[in-house]
Design a protein around this ligand. Structure first.
Ligand code: 2PG
Ligand code: MN
Ligand code: MN
Length: 549
């Protein structure tokens, strides 16, 4: 959007301005697969009917992802909202660095490739092209770099996806790497292979302190221990699917690849190098801690191998984890939270722990802890543990709403960011009935918050970081319909709740044929929040959505 004379700054509110993220709540077809449309949402419907609203784009170039086919995700969504600008995201920057060759020139990669002859390079990561946490091309870049350097032994410890891609697609990605391995292994003395695997929800990729998942993966990769043992990756996938035909890849139990003697073919050992190929931090921090921290209490690691460990990117900027990073971080110089801190506005962030990175380091563009604890309160309600969210679709929405009301009524805050996880986390389970309940739980919680804002003259921008629950089924090219566990590329709703709304303004509407800069997207929200607070937005931000009628 061009800075238009039409942009308006509202009169300052008497209560706080909130950004309410209904994670994974998109605008779908309205059909039977659309849990948002099927749900009973009286609060949302009333607000949509009464207040200024629009649709926002959350995918591809609107959030700095490489391709228009890339769906949005929480990291890129919250980072873009916090930045108030469209910045190149991790995968875009990695792809560019691979293309221009600079990826291969980092000191960190040099250290990884400098292992002694006979030692192995291990790649751990999410094996798909979902581009939310990882991409297959990044595995391939590393495999090629290792081969060109003459590294003889390389093992992939594959986390199976089924959450950012089709629900049973693991074999496709396995075949692609197997064919690379076959070419390389034609050369004398080379051994490139898969060494272990398992679903991302079962091993390694936890983000909520369930160390048993990390431990299970550690024992497979490091100690070669696990009851499921197969001669190859394809054998593992085939046999596990025979036992449980509906099994979604993300839920596959962990397994070890073994030789004829039942010995693991590629355990991580002293002197080896390990690269975590995922670029996104939230689900890579825990395994990184297990490899890197001397003082570690997550689980009993047994004998920890002495390895050179590197991550694709920084996973925890506050602690600089991991020490070796193949790529520098996506820098947000002036995130929204820091800007308003400098204006002396007190703020809170509130969610349940499954979404803690979202309201903290994703929205902050890096930092995890408050810059000024007297002016920023980060409140994280523990998520249910060891449950399928399909069985608990209300999650912590009621507790979050109650806490939000308390914070609003305290009169202390000028800004608050709240994330409701339900539509996304339950949407990822791929079942329509609980997804409907999840959406209804969010609607109910929003209603309580809106009542509190109404009473004190606060405002809220009610929106989502990307879709998910509105698309619980997808059709593939051959017409086959199956459950969808992934995010969507649909637009999301955006409503400006304003108790003093008099119909004198509207939110910028999407128009056919508009280019990306003109279409309303997540990068316009920071400036919109300024205008809602009665402040002129900084001119370096993408423009506010609020326009005079
Ligand atoms: O669960 C996750 O890690 C991702 C999907 O891979 O979802 P979100 O981006 O909403 O956190
Ligand atoms: Mn999300
Ligand atoms: Mn999600």
């Amino acid at each position: 959007m061009n800075n238009s004379v039409n942009n308006v700054v509202l009169t300052p509110p008497t209560g706080p301005v909130l950004l309410l993220i209904m994670d994974g709540w998109g605008i779908g077809s309205g059909g039977p697969e659309d849990a948002v449309a099927q749900a009973n949402t009286p609060v949302f419907d009333r607000l949509w009917g009464k207040y200024a609203h629009t649709e926002l784009m959350t995918h591809g170039g609107y959030v700095g992802l490489p391709s228009g086919k890339d769906m949005g995700g929480s990291e890129v969504g919250h980072l873009t909202m916090g930045a108030g600008l469209i910045l190149d995201q991790g995968p875009t920057r990695i792809n560019k660095a691979i293309a221009d060759g600079s990826f291969y020139e980092s000191e960190a990669l040099e250290q990884v490739l400098s292992i002694e002859p006979g030692k192995a390079l291990h790649l751990i990561g999410l094996l798909s092209d979902g581009n939310i946490h990882s991409h297959l091309t990044h595995f391939r870049a590393l495999i090629n770099a290792a081969f060109e350097r003459g590294i003889r032994r390389l093992y992939v410890h594959a986390l199976l996806d089924g959450r950012d891609v089709g629900i049973q697609t693991a074999q496709k990605y396995v075949c692609e790497l197997e064919s690379d391995f076959a070419c390389i292994n034609d050369n004398d003395g080379f051994d490139y292979a898969f060494a272990s695997g398992g679903g991302r929800e079962r091993i390694i990729m936890d983000r909520d302190g369930d160390w048993s998942k990390v431990e299970a993966g550690w024992n497979l990769m490091v100690h070669g221990e696990g009851s499921e043992r197969f001669p190859s990756m394809m054998a593992a996938i085939t046999r596990l699917r025979e036992q449980q035909p509906d099994l979604i890849d993300q839920d596959m139990p962990g397994f070890v690849i073994v030789g004829e003697d039942d010995a693991p073919i590629g355990k991580i050992s002293d002197g080896d190098a390990v690269v975590m190929v995922n670029f996104r931090g939230d689900r890579a921090i825990e395994i990184t801690e297990a490899f890197e921290l001397d003082d570690f209490s997550g689980f009993d690691r047994g004998v920890r191998p002495q390895v050179t460990y590197a991550g694709m990117m920084v996973y925890d900027e506050d602690r600089n984890l991991p020490v070796l990073q193949l790529m520098g971080p996506t820098k947000v110089d002036e995130p929204f939270g820091k800007r308003i801190l400098e204006l002396g506005i007190k703020q809170f962030r509130l969610t349940e722990t499954q979404k803690y990175p979202h309201v903290t380091f994703f929205f902050n563009g890096g930092y995890r802890q408050p810059l000024d604890p007297t002016m920023e309160d980060y409140i994280l309600i523990p998520s249910d543990k060891k449950v399928s969210f399909a069985d608990q679709p209300q999650m912590k929405s009621a507790e979050i709403a109650d806490k939000a009301v308390e914070l609003i009524e305290s009169g202390q805050y000028g800004f608050g960011l709240i994330n409701f996880a339900n539509a996304d986390m339950v949407g990822h389970c791929g079942k329509i009935a609980p997804a409907i309940t999840a959406v209804e739980a969010v609607d109910n919680a929003i209603g309580k918050i809106i009542d509190a804002l109404q009473a004190c003259g606060g405002r809220a921008l009610i929106t989502a970081d990307h879709g998910n629950a509105e698309e619980m089924q997808v059709q593939d090219k051959s017409g086959h319909v199956e459950a969808s566990t992934k995010h969507s590329t649909n637009p999301v709703p955006c409503i400006l709740f304003d108790p003093s709304y008099d119909g004198s303004y509207k939110l910028h509407q999407p128009r056919d044929g508009d280019d990306k800069a003109l279409m309303p997207g997540l990068s316009h929200l920071a400036a919109t929040l300024y205008a809602m607070m009665g402040k002129e937005p900084p001119t370096d931000l993408n423009t506010s959505l609020i326009e005079a009628l």
